[in-house]
Each structure stands twice: as C-alpha cells, then as structure tokens.
Design a protein around this ligand. Structure first.
Ligand SMILES: O=C(CO)[C@H](O)[C@H](O)COP(=O)(O)O
Ligand SMILES: [Fe+2]
Length: 224
C-alpha cells in the first residue's frame, strides 16, 4: 500500500495553516525541520509544529535536518509529531536515539543523504519502522531527483526482503508525476512530495493524481 506525505516546505509560508488543512486525504503531513547548521536553511520550530498539528488531519511526519537531534526530539514529540526521521549523519549515537524515540511512542525513520551509503542504516533496521532515502540534497524543495539514489532504494528493498523485514521506504525530494513510477518500482512505498503538491493551485487534486500514478506503478499491466 502506498502512503503519500505532502511536504509543507513548498507551501506559502504566510498561509501554512491553510496548507496543512488542504490535504486531509494525505497519509502523513511531512514537515521539514531545518536548523541552519545541518543544512543552511531554517524552517519550523516546535511552537509552529504544535500550531500546525491543530490544523492538520493527517498525522505529522517530522523530518529533522538538524544537528544533535537527541537534544530536541522530546520537544517535537510534545509538539505533536507522530513519526520522526533523524539523519544517520547527524546522530552521534543513532542506535540509542532510535531507542529513545521508541520509548517516546513515535514511529521512527532513519534518513540518509544522497552521499551516504545504505550501510549507514542497515545496522539499525531492528530499531526503526522506516528508512528515508533523500533523493535530492537536503535543504531546499523544488530540486530534481538524483537518479542514482534510486539504486540505494533497490538495494535497501532487497536487504529488507532477504531479512524478512517489513519496513517502509520513504523517498524525499523531486517526486512528481514524472519520477514517481520509477521510485515505486525501485521499492519505495512512501512518497514525500512538496512542489508537486503545494506548488499547484489544487493541492488535494495534485495529491490524488500523484497517488494514482504511484498505485498504477505498483499494479502490473498499468503504465505510468
Ligand atoms: O526534505 C526536503 C528537502 O530537504 C523536502 O521534504 C523535499 O525537498 C520535498 O520537496 P520537493 O518535493 O519540492 O523536492
Ligand atoms: Fe523532507
């Protein structure tokens, strides 16, 4: 089953609450937290996340692009996060951090940048529910998907299958009607899309079209 996670990063910052309310059929609402250090950009903090949780119907999916994530995960859980992705590159003690997140009762994802090999997450698969493969360099929306990142998705899906593990593979960056089928065929089952959803005048319609294209790529005999 495909899960769709529209990313608020592409929404008009002056109307974030309305954007959060505009995609009630999403499986998750993706929120990109950037600290100006791990990535140059600066975005959402806990009070804003908490305010958005009151406007959004989908559960909040926080993508923490921050240094020392262990210092602030609890704050984001209190603000309403239901899934938290932490970067393998940012966590000094990744295994311990994932155990902490588990004890806080949220779904856990480990994110890797395009430059990071799959091995960085393969040793903690028992301590997470999802892997987030960055398909662009983190920091901004509206970039083009880097095709070689999908080879990592294939490899991770093969590793999960060979170990009999049921984990979500999230792809994040440059997902649109042109790239979504390739991402799904590579093994992704959770699709983050910012510009393709909030860059359109009709976010709910754009989300539905993207979901249909992803589901079509899953079903044999359909072309997308
Ligand atoms: O994590 C991110 C950037 O670091 C965003 O989630 C991602 O870029 C989504 O935006 P778009 O679909 O426009 O690429
Ligand atoms: Fe993201």
């Amino acid at each position: 089953m495909i899960w769709m996670a529209p990313s608020l990063l592409a929404a008009d910052p002056a109307h974030l609450g309305d954007a959060a309310a505009a995609v009630p059929d999403a499986d998750w609402l993706h929120i990109d937290v950037m600290d100006g250090h791990f990535v140059p950009n600066l975005t959402f903090g806990p009070p804003l996340v908490q305010a958005l949780s009151r406007r959004a119907r989908p559960p909040l999916d926080l993508h923490l692009m921050i240094e020392a994530p262990e210092r602030s995960v609890e704050q984001y859980v209190r603000a309403g996060a239901r899934r938290i992705a932490v970067h393998a590159e940012a966590a000094g003690h990744l295994h311990r951090l994932l155990q902490t997140l588990g004890s806080l009762g949220v779904e856990r994802a480990v994110a890797i940048n395009p430059a990071t090999p799959p091995e960085a997450v393969e040793w903690v698969l028992d301590e997470c529910e999802a892997i987030l493969v960055m398909t662009v360099n983190p920091g901004w929306g509206g970039q083009r998907l880097i095709p070689s990142t999908l080879r990592k998705v294939e490899r991770l899906r093969a590793t999960l299958d060979s170990r009999g593990l049921d984990r979500r593979i999230v792809v994040d960056g440059g997902i649109d009607l042109e790239t979504v089928a390739a991402a799904v065929r590579a093994g992704a089952d959770t699709l983050v899309a910012g510009s393709a959803v909030f860059g359109s005048g009709d976010p709910a319609g754009a989300l539905a079209r993207l979901r249909a294209a992803a589901e079509g790529a899953l079903s044999p005999g359909k072309s997308n």
